[in-house]
Write a protein that binds this ligand. Structure first.
Ligand code: SF4
Length: 154
């Protein structure tokens, strides 16, 4: 069993606000060499800290089709960095033949169920981020940290 996990979930300060979302049970998987980690946005070339970004007019599928963009709160188009980060994450998953992927909920890159709606108001819509979409298009199943932690309790 080999896991791929969002870097912010194991304590790396790679979020847009240079903070993390540490989940100790996920960090344990890294500490015991069961998991590799990546932050798609940093891998795509974005800095930390960075302006928060959301997908405008769609979801990860639309971004990959070229019909929606990822825009940061300053109005800059960061779509290409998000796509590059997704491609690098896919390559890493394939190289390591990971079997389980746990990505941070609600992120425009990592979200696999809900994402913010592009208005920067905190509202969420159903949909996946760019990286979660690309991974699923290539046969990987992506779950959120909440789903993983819930499964441990079942
Ligand atoms: Fe990076 Fe994904 Fe965490 Fe955002 S949610 S900081 S893209 S690992």
């Amino acid at each position: 069993m080999k896991y791929l996990i969002s870097a912010c979930l194991v304590g790396e300060n790679v979020r847009y606000d240079a903070k993390n979302c540490l989940q100790h049970k996920l960090k344990y998987l890294v500490d015991t060499q069961q998991a590799i980690v990546i932050c798609p946005e940093v891998s795509g070339g974005l800095s930390t800290p960075r302006h928060p970004a959301e997908i405008i007019n769609g979801d990860g599928t639309a971004v990959l089709k070229g019909t929606a963009q990822v825009i940061n709160i300053q109005g800059d188009d960061v779509t290409q960095a998000f796509i590059l980060g997704a491609e690098k994450t896919l390559k890493l998953a394939q190289q390591h033949q990971v079997t389980h992927i746990i990505l941070k909920a609600n992120s425009p890159s990592c979200g696999s169920q809900m994402i913010y709606d592009g208005t920067f108001t905190g509202h969420k819509i159903q949909g996946k981020g760019v990286t979660a979409t690309l991974l699923e298009q290539h046969g990987f199943q992506v779950i959120t940290e909440h789903e993983f932690l819930q499964k441990l309790m079942d």
